[in-house]
Write a new protein. Structure first.
Length: 260
């Protein structure tokens, strides 16, 4: 066989088999599910701690209605998420968001048992992070987005979630794993400032916000609306991802080296 020949069996179709070297996939899929789910729980807890804590501290420093709060929240949330994905991505994929996990399952890139374990861990982590932040940092006045019309909040979360999933899977399928965390953080920071719903774009964060205090807190009547909008937004992103990257096929790194 010629050294320049590439065996087509070394190719990976991401529509059927996950590329474990890509962003948002764990490096070793054989690691115990409980260990990987535990990493997702820890990461989501820390993310929620940063989200709630930054909102509370911004309120104390600048007042409940100051627009500067948005900049504080955007920087803290984006920075925390980028750091967590970089730190824990190799262990669990660095999702910390049920939308990513569920879309990977829909696309056949993650099995059902792992999906259930990840989503449960993310929800528990977000709830735990909210409770921990609220107790550690103390209560502050709530000033969330609930004063806006429900239709505005719904459409805002739908579009914010769709946009986030386009960034996540665009980086994954486009082979830009090295900048995936930064791209996600940049989009999220911009969306927090730009959207009236503050771009929660994460069902675990929305559920956790129900248990939170401060400007990120969501009332029980709003939380389900956020979750439904986020799920629909993720599904809306799915055909767009397929249109932009139809049947993307990656080449095994060793085979690529032989080709050179």
């Amino acid at each position: 066989m010629s050294r320049h020949h590439i065996d087509h069996s070394s190719r990976i179709d991401r529509q059927n088999t996950p590329c474990r070297d890509g962003c948002f996939f764990e490096r070793d899929a054989e690691t115990a599910i409980l260990r990987r789910a535990g990493v997702e729980l820890i990461g989501t807890l820390l993310l929620m701690l940063a989200i709630v804590g930054s909102g509370q501290m911004a309120t104390r420093f600048t007042g409940a209605s100051s627009g500067v709060n948005l900049l504080f929240a955007a920087c803290a949330t984006a920075g925390a998420l980028v750091g967590l994905i970089v730190a824990f991505g190799a262990a669990s994929g660095g999702h910390f968001n049920p939308l990513i996990t569920l879309l990977q399952w829909v696309r056949g890139e993650r099995d059902a048992a792992c999906t259930v374990a990840y989503v449960a861990a993310q929800l528990l982590g977000a709830g735990g992070g909210s409770v921990l932040a609220s107790h550690a940092f103390g209560p502050v006045p709530a000033a969330g987005p609930s004063v806006l019309p429900i239709s505005t909040l719904f459409s805002s979360e739908l579009l914010a979630s769709a946009g986030l999933m386009l960034i996540v899977f665009g980086c994954s399928r486009g082979g830009r794993s090295e900048v995936g965390p930064l791209a996600v953080g940049a989009w999220l920071a911009a969306a927090i400032v730009a959207t009236p719903s503050l771009s929660y774009a994460n069902p675990a964060v929305a559920v956790g916000a129900y248990f939170a205090s401060g400007p990120v807190a969501l009332p029980g009547s709003i939380t389900p609306i956020y979750v439904i909008a986020e799920l629909l937004g993720a599904l809306l992103a799915l055909p767009v991802i397929g249109f932009v990257y139809p049947g993307v096929v990656d080449v095994d790194p060793e085979a690529a080296a032989m080709e050179k």
